[in-house]
Write a new protein. Structure first.
Length: 151
């Protein structure tokens, strides 16, 4: 994990590589819980018998489930100290180049690609890449935007 002592320390961090995180196994119960939370019960996600005969040979995680895990991976790759508050400001350039089959292992890597001073704080953009073990293409690439307000 990369630790920044203050939000201002991010100003010199463009190009910093982050991670990788530990591997996380995507099990069917997580996929089912995400389906219940989002009302997305498409058979390729939640019907193992039908999905086994489908185009992917198994259930796959929702793209937005994979994306949401960037929120789990980012704080495992970097931490900014000396903040009164940090907020998720949004995302840019979200792509899903690959699927995540049930029981696959995924992890996050990152790169700080942009940092700027904003009114009252610092804004950073981190490109989070969610890799699938054994696959050459990542499952998700997203530019996450965070704002950090100093103490």
């Amino acid at each position: 994990m990369k630790i920044f002592a203050t939000p201002e320390a991010l100003l010199d961090a463009v190009g910093t590589q982050l991670g990788p995180t530990d591997w996380l196994t995507i099990r069917q119960d997580r996929i089912d819980q995400f389906a219940a939370a989002t009302n997305d019960h498409q058979w390729i996600h939640v019907d193992p018998e039908k999905a086994a005969k489908g185009p992917f040979g198994a259930c796959i995680a929702h793209g937005f489930l994979t994306l949401s895990l960037a929120n789990d991976f980012l704080p495992k790759m970097m931490r900014v100290d000396g903040v009164s508050m940090g907020v998720n400001y949004g995302c840019d350039k979200i792509r899903f180049p690959n699927i995540v089959k049930v029981n696959s292992d995924i992890r996050g890597t990152g790169e700080i690609i942009h940092v700027a001073a904003i009114k009252g704080g610092i804004q950073s953009t981190v490109r989070v890449t969610i890799e699938v073990k054994g696959e050459s293409r990542p499952a998700c690439v997203v530019d996450t935007i965070s704002r950090y307000y100093p103490i």
